[in-house]
Design a protein around this ligand. Structure first.
Ligand code: COI
Length: 357
C-alpha cells in the first residue's frame, strides 16, 4: 500500500461491549475494545488495511508464526486528558521500534505514518473506551505475525498486522519484588533482545515462574556471558538512584529493549539537572549500594508498568528490602510529572503528547 491520506474503511460492531466493563475490577489485558485494525502483507506490499469488529482471527495449522516465531508486538497507551481529549504519548517511538523489530525478525516494516494513522483511527473510533479514571488507560497492542501456510523454514512471504485495544489499570498492583537472575538468560549479544519479539517473552516465562514460586513478581536479567551486569526486568527497563544520580544500564549492547518510558525518564532527569549515568551497571555495585543504604531508589519503567517502585531485591539467598516508598522523592516526582503531562495538568513543553482524532 503506498500512501496518501490514510483513512481506513470501517465495519462497525453491531453490539458494543463497553457497558459490560466492570471498571472497579478490571484485569490487565483481558477485556478488549469493540474494534480492531487488520492489514495484510502479500505480493511484496502492504494491502489496504481495515477496521472491523473485534473477534477471532482465522488461522491455518501450518501458519509459520506459530512454528518459527516470526511475531513482534508493541505496547502503547491512550489517555483521556482533563480537557476530555484522547491523547497518545510519544507514539512515534513505538512506530519506529516496531519497524526496527520487524527488520531484525526479517519481517516487512510498516511505514511509520501508516502505523500511526492506523493506531489513531482505531483509538478515535473506540474513544469511549478511554476512561478518565486516574491510573487507567486504553492499552494499545499492535502486533504482526507471519501467515505463510508452510512448514519449511524461511521468512514468510505473507504477514498480518493487527491492533487491538484493552482498557487497563496498573500492571503491578503493589511495589515490585524482583530477583536477580544469574543462571537463565533473556538475551545474548547478537541475539534478538532489542526486538520486541514474542519469543523473548515466551523464553522468559519458565525462569520467571521459578522466581514467582519464591515470592517474586519478576526477574532482573543479567548479561548472558558473565551474569554480572544488570540488563532489564522482564516487563520493564530498570533504573536506580544512588548518591542522587540516576544510574541505568546502557542500551549499547543489543540485549536491552529500548523503552519509551525509560527514555522519557532520562530526558526529564537531564532537563532537571539530575546527573544521569547510562553505562554498564554491575550486580555487585547495586547489591553493595542496597546493603549500605546508598541505594535511594530503584524502579521499573515501562508502558504497562509505568513507573513501578521496586520494594525488594532478591540476590542469591538474600532478600534486600529497599527504602520506604514515601522516601522515593525522585521517582514520585517523575511519575507525577508524566501523569501531569498526559492529563494536561502540566504543560507539554517537550511535545510528547499527540491528540487523537
Ligand atoms: C509494555 O509495557 O507495553 C509491554 O509490552 C510489557 C508487557 C509485559 C505488558
Amino acid at each position: 500500500m503506498s500512501g496518501v491520506s490514510f483513512k481506513f474503511p470501517v465495519t462497525h460492531t453491531s453490539q458494543s461491549h463497553l457497558s459490560a466493563v466492570d471498571w472497579d475490577n478490571l484485569p490487565f489485558g483481558k477485556i478488549f475494545a469493540d474494534h480492531m485494525f487488520v492489514m495484510e502483507y502479500a505480493n511484496g506490499e502492504w494491502q489496504k488495511g481495515e477496521i472491523i469488529p473485534f473477534g477471532p482471527i482465522d488461522m491455518h495449522p501450518a501458519m509459520s508464526a506459530i512454528h518459527y516465531g516470526q511475531s513482534i508486538f508493541e505496547g502503547m497507551k491512550a489517555y483521556r486528558n482533563q480537557s476530555n481529549e484522547v491523547v497518545l504519548f510519544r507514539p512515534e517511538l513505538n512506530a519506529r521500534r516496531f519497524a526496527e523489530s520487524a527488520a531484525r525478525m526479517c519481517m516487512p516494516e510498516i511505514p511509520e505514518d501508516i502505523f500511526l494513522a492506523a493506531v489513531k483511527q482505531l483509538v478515535s473510533l473506540d474513544a469511549a473506551w478511554v476512561t478518565d479514571k486516574p491510573g487507567y488507560a486504553l492499552y494499545i497492542r499492535p502486533f504482526m505475525f507471519a501467515t505463510d501456510e508452510f512448514v519449511g523454514i524461511k521468512p514468510s512471504d505473507t504477514y498480518k498486522f493487527v491492533i487491538i485495544n484493552s482498557p487497563v489499570g496498573a500492571y503491578y498492583a503493589e511495589p515490585v519484588r524482583v530477583k536477580i537472575e544469574e543462571h537463565y538468560t533473556r538475551a545474548a549479544v547478537g541475539g534478538v533482545g532489542r526486538a520486541k519479539a514474542a519469543g523473548n517473552y515466551g523464553a522468559s516465562l519458565y525462569p520467571a515462574k521459578l522466581a514467582q514460586q519464591q515470592g517474586f513478581h519478576q526477574l532482573v536479567w543479567t548479561d548472558a556471558k558473565t551474569h554480572t551486569f544488570i540488563e532489564e526486568s522482564g516487563t520493564m527497563n530498570i533504573v536506580f538512584v544512588i548518591d542522587d544520580k540516576i544510574i541505568t544500564p546502557t542500551e549499547e549492547a543489543d540485549t536491552i529493549l529500548r523503552g519509551t518510558t525509560k527514555k522519557t525518564v532520562l530526558e526529564l532527569a537531564r532537563q532537571w539537572g539530575i546527573p544521569v549515568e547510562e553505562r554498564p551497571v554491575t550486580v555487585a555495585e547495586i547489591i553493595d549500594a542496597a546493603k549500605t543504604g546508598k541505594l535511594q531508589d530503584a524502579f521499573g519503567a515501562g508502558t504497562a508498568a509505568t513507573i513501578a517502585p521496586i520494594a525488594l531485591i532478591g540476590y542469591r539467598d538474600e532478600k534486600i528490602t529497599l527504602p520506604a516508598l514515601e522516601t522515593r522523592t525522585l521517582s514520585l516526582k517523575i511519575k507525577a510529572h508524566l501523569d501531569g503531562v498526559k492529563s494536561g495538568a502540566i504543560e507539554d513543553t517537550m511535545h510528547w503528547v499527540q491528540k487523537v482524532g
